[in-house]
Design a binder for this molecule. Structure first.
Ligand SMILES: C[S@@+](CC[C@H](N)C(=O)[O-])C[C@H]1O[C@@H](n2cnc3c(N)ncnc32)[C@H](O)[C@@H]1O
Length: 238
């Protein structure tokens, strides 16, 4: 079905559940900035009682009967009144916006005084794929980290939140880890993203990328594979 997001990898579902539990109390009005395919929103449906909204400049076309409000818009200029939501979250969106502090300032503005603003971003320099060929693996991951909009976004989120005026900032570094490489896992999907990104930018040859993938699959066959990524989750108060 074209408009359904792909199934959530189990490791990411655990992470999102932990993240949603950062609310001071079960949230009744949640905003996801840069909601993308709505994976977090889909999970939050069970939890949020009153209002669930995603905003993104490029939502996939929604189904007319979709229960979650999808707003087309810019997280740096939110089309909502002050104090509209009690849980405002962004996951992996900060590095894609021109002014991440403006996005976080807007998140704080639309959040009620007792609510929480949560940012959740991967630091791309912390990706680990355990295979046999360390030299090739290191080269590929460094090229990916250094060619993105901001490979170190994760480690900068605490200071971005402070600059946006958020208070009582709690900094958590969470490790997402998987030990099998198979379809439906976050690591499997991440390898595809890295492969497509580096091919499109001609930052690795097709041969290097094929060798890297083969090496990681061999590591899985030997029982040696591991994927991990550090996500920086900051929780602040407006
Ligand atoms: C890497 S995706 C993350 C999607 C989703 N939050 C997730 O974790 O799966 C980044 C998202 O940020 C959105 N985005 C880019 N610029 C934005 C902006 N100015 N305001 C809000 N969202 C934006 C993109 O359209 C994209 O859906």
């Amino acid at each position: 079905m074209r408009n359904e997001p792909p199934p959530l990898p189990a490791s990411l579902q655990d992470h999102y559940e932990w993240l949603l539990a950062r609310a001071a109390a079960p949230p009744s009005r949640l905003l996801d900035i840069g909601a993308g395919q709505g994976r977090l929103l889909g999970l939050a449906r069970e939890l949020v009682r009153e209002r669930l909204v995603g905003i993104d400049p490029k939502h996939p076309a929604g189904r007319p009967d979709h229960p979650i409000a999808r707003v087309i818009g810019d997280g740096q200029r939110l089309p909502f009144a002050d104090d509209t939501f009690d849980f405002v979250v962004e996951t992996e969106t900060l590095e894609w916006v021109r002014d991440p502090v403006a996005l976080l300032r807007e998140a704080a503005r639309v959040c009620t005084p007792r609510g929480r603003v949560v940012s959740d971003d991967t630091d791309w320099d912390t990706l680990v794929f355990a295979g046999g060929d360390g030299t090739l693996g290191r080269r590929i991951l460094r090229a990916f980290c250094d060619s993105g909009p901001n490979g170190w976004i994760g480690r900068t989120t605490p200071s971005l939140m402070r600059r946006a005026g958020l208070r009582s900032i709690e900094v958590n570094v969470r490790v997402i880890a998987e030990h099998e490489l198979k379809p439906g896992t976050l690591g499997y999907w991440q390898i595809q993203v890295i492969d497509e990104w580096l091919r499109a930018k001609a930052l690795a040859t097709a041969q290097e990328l094929d060798d890297w993938r083969a090496d990681l699959h061999q590591a899985t066959d030997r029982g040696d594979f591991l994927f991990s990524a550090n996500r920086y989750v900051c929780v602040g108060r407006p």
